[in-house]
Design a protein around this ligand. Sequence first.
Ligand code: GAP
Length: 448
Amino acid sequence: MTTKIENNLLDKVVSLAKRRGFIFPGSEIYGGLANSWDFGHLGNELFNNIASLWWKKFVQERDDMVGLRGPIIMSPKVWEASGHVQGFSDPLVECKICHERFRADKEEELKAHAKTHKGKEEWTEPKNFNLLFKTYIGTVEDAKAVAYLRGELAQTMFTDFKTILETTRKKLPFGIAQIGKAFRNEITTGNFIFRTKEFTIAELEYFIKPGDEDRYFNEWADFMENFLVKEIGLKQENLRRYEHPKESLAHYSKGTIDFEYKFPWGWGELWGLASRTDFDLKNHEKASGANLKYKDSETGEEFLPFVVEPTGGLERLLLAALLDAYTETEARSGEKDAVHETEVTLRLAKSLAPIKVAVLPLSRKEELTKPAYEIYRNLQKHWMVQYDETASIGKRYRRQDEIGTPYSVTFDFDSVTDQKVTVRDRDTMEQERVVIADLQNYLEKRLK
Ligand code: GAP
């Protein structure tokens, strides 16, 4: 019987992530740094698989998209023109009892904090707190040298709009996409990798004719949802759309919906879609003096395009994928050496699984390990594969289930003579004998 354990799900996922080296606290040998996380081998693979899948679906497989790789530090004038220096802020309140600071708009967090003071609440008046991370260029820390780490990726897509238009010869509608780190001096961080001060955004600006924004907004909303459900494999019932009321819109947005995920602590923003109008191009044109207009080759008309912006945090998506995939099962009978009462399987989409195949010789005798290792070396040219000859075969299957490996290949004593291996499927646990010469082909079909 398979059960999804909601209780303590976050704790269980955090513990698995640390135990198996997906994600663990950063700077740990120095006592750690609050909410900084390091991604180990498996976490890094999972992250890269998510990022590649996003790029494939949002850029590579479309005719209307091009890519960009911009810097983290841009001219500070960019952030002045974009409105971030003035308007990229959250309301902050301070607890008068212990001086800890919180976001005034996060009621549940305020209530939870009040409980630590036996329900007593004494807050300062809300003040706006700017989220941009300040840094200094050069050797002197003075006002003239102030720069900012990018708070979003979008701005390079706006400042480079004209160059990209000219070099790629794209016509409206078309989009510019980017994946990279963003930095925000968040007032409160937490819930594992959900809210951190540095994170990765996969973002695109889709340039369209003014007036077309509602049509493309709806098209992108469906595209994003399809990606989250069909490609990442999130359960539909754990996703919902939330339309922002006018008063909570970001300073650049005319309309925003969030794709919310049902995290163990409640619904929370996973991804966003904003209708940014010509807000940014207009501001950059005004501040820089550059002509950022698009010229319609048929009508000769010149205008500033409108923009629809699908955006998403990749660490947040990775967390949702882990939570969604985490499954506990009562010890599976019938498989030799079922050692634990409760077994954990990460039912990740195969395309996301950090390790695609495990190669396991049944015993450590050389007649099995040598050919098994050779199979491993061959498969390694195509996928991230693990070779494991330690512990009982049951234990080794468990280890692979726990990290979400879709296929385990066992080389046994019969393999020596019949040149076949046993391939075990993570989800069905079915085992099939496959001719070694056909193995790569067999796996290719199933790992697509
Ligand atoms: N250019 C628009 C933009 O940056 P956003 O909603 O502020 O929009 C984009 O951020 C995405 O980045 C969010 O949907 C969320 O997934 C992720 N995100 C935002 N703040 C984050 C944080 N502090 N830690 C982790 N991910 C975050």
